[in-house]
Design a protein around this ligand. Structure first.
Ligand SMILES: *Cc1c(COP(=O)(O)O)cnc(C)c1O
Length: 365
């Protein structure tokens, strides 16, 4: 019987969607109309500045190529990978969604996540009707619980690992990543999310896709390349995986202006990107050292990414720090609801001036 209090859409929709909570992105929590004001945005791991891009829109009457050649060629060169092992997507987020839709039968198959971790894996799974098995990182050092993972072998189709991790910032040990890939050989795809790999390029797992047919690596232009607004990411995997994902992705995923800007970023702006990374890493190190010396700071997590996670000495201190910054128009991210991250806050590394302002406010409380 139709319930007359419900709209037609509510009556017709997949039932589980009605109560589903969408990803609470930093941008949903604080809308970007405010970005024009003098707020300091340190809550979404974006880069503080941008490059200078000029658009040529003369071909905009035509559909773009399915995978724009100049873009794929530029990323293949940058990542040192063959062109047929690459899929350009609307951000790494779309890569996550495509992988789940390609490998998980709805209402039957599962993914594995290792929290504390990036929220979109579980949300994409939920959206598609895939189950989520949780194997938390080890509480003492935030590395993989390989015994826990072993118990889930053959119970999931996809395993999401994030290295460097978000919101933790740490790398997973290479030996553990290899062990996980071996563990799930033949039963699950192991996805290594490298959204932050430019901040520690020596630790990329991209080479492993040549060796293992169950490895997928995710990349993005949103972080080190300072192009979060562009929505461009890449999935790296063996050609058979790319062929599969290509059947699921939209027919024209990368718009012509996106391809044009991204291609430029990957050719002319690489030196700029690398110096941005160096500067970010150096600001991060000094911020981490400063945080460690504050009375209200109980723990600073080692970070290989463009943010620092730290634990406050109490729930009250956590709220006080967050609110004090907010009152002064500085937005950081509360991570205290994540597993094992009680009283934790995360600061994205902005410009030197922005971080100096943050330190000044927290010093003169
Ligand atoms: C930011 C982020 C993404 C998403 O990147 P987009 O390319 O902007 O969609 C994926 N994974 C992790 C771990 C991230 O932090």
């Amino acid at each position: 019987m139709a319930n007359s209090n419900l709209t037609t859409a509510e009556q017709l929709a997949r039932e589980e969607l009605l109560d589903m909570v969408p990803y609470q992105s930093a941008r949903r929590l604080f809308a970007s109309a405010d970005a024009q004001t003098d707020k300091v945005w340190l809550n979404a791991n974006e880069a503080p500045g941008t490059g200078n891009y000029q658009l040529n829109a003369s071909n905009i009457n035509r559909y773009p190529d399915f995978q724009p050649e100049s873009l794929i060629c530029a990323y293949a060169n940058y990542a040192d990978i063959s062109q047929d092992s690459l899929l350009a997507t609307r951000g790494a987020d779309e890569g996550i969604e495509l992988i789940i839709r390609s490998f998980c039968q709805a209402y039957q198959d599962n993914i594995i996540i290792c929290p504390p971790t990036y929220g979109m894996y579980a949300i994409s799974a939920e959206n598609h009707g895939a189950g989520v098995i949780t194997v938390p990182l080890k509480a003492d050092d935030l590395t993989l619980d390989l015994d826990g993972l072993k118990q889930q072998v053959a119970k999931a189709k996809v395993v999401f690992l994030c290295s460097p991790g978000n919101p933790t910032g740490n790398l997973l040990p290479q030996a553990q990543i290899l062990a996980a890939i071996e563990l799930f050989k033949g039963t699950a795809m192991v996805v290594i999310d490298e959204a932050y790999i430019e901040f520690c390029p020596d630790y990329s797992c991209a080479k492993l896709i040549k060796q293992y047919d169950n490895v997928i690596v995710l990349r993005t232009l949103s972080k080190a390349f300072a192009l979060a607004g562009l929505r461009c990411g890449f999935t790296l995997a063996n050609p058979d995986v790319i062929t599969l994902l290509s059947k699921v992705i939209a027919p024209y995923p990368i718009s012509a202006p996106v391809a044009e800007i991204a291609s430029k970023a990957l050719t002319n702006e690489l030196t700029m990107m690398r110096s941005r990374v160096q500067e970010t890493n150096s600001i991060k190190e000094s911020l981490a050292a400063w945080l460690a010396s504050q009375a209200w700071c109980q723990q600073v997590f080692a970070s290989n990414a463009n943010f620092v996670l730290f634990r406050c000495s109490s729930a009250n201190e956590k709220t006080r720090i967050f609110e004090l910054l907010l009152e002064n128009d500085i937005l950081i991210r509360d991570q205290s609801k994540q597993l094992q991250l009680e009283h934790c806050l995360r600061i994205s590394i902005g410009s030197e001036q922005e971080i100096a302002k943050l330190q000044q406010i927290l010093s003169t409380q």
